[in-house]
Ligand binder design. Structure first.
Ligand code: FES
Length: 100
């Protein structure tokens, strides 16, 4: 997919290596998981009904539109979670992460 974000300036922060659904995903220190996903043209989840890609909505931890999971099954909000080196993340299938 086409990236929904682009950097206006490349940060001097350290580059982090994560994985998304088993594929390499780069981030810079200080990026949220959602920033890394949208810069890479990825989407954090699909809608329950249509399976349409979602990209987050509020970007501040309030709407719950950006749930993703760690490879170990822990769910987290991509917009309010800082990327960490070595993170292994997977998208949730529609219906796997209920709204709470
Ligand atoms: S985008 Fe709204 S909670 Fe993450």
């Amino acid at each position: 997919m086409k990236p929904l974000m682009r950097r206006v300036r490349v940060p001097s922060a350290r580059v982090l290596q994560l994985t998304w659904n088993g594929r390499p995903l780069r981030a810079h220190e200080g990026d949220t998981v959602l920033t890394a996903l949208l810069l890479a043209g990825e989407r954090p989840r699909l809608t329950l009904g249509e399976g349409a890609p979602r990209a987050g909505f509020c970007l501040m931890g309030a709407c719950q539109d950006c749930w993703v999971q760690t490879a170990a099954g822990k769910r987290l909000r991509a917009c309010s979670t800082l990327a960490r080196d070595g993170m292994e993340l997977v998208s949730a299938q529609p219906g796997e992460i209920p709204c709470t």
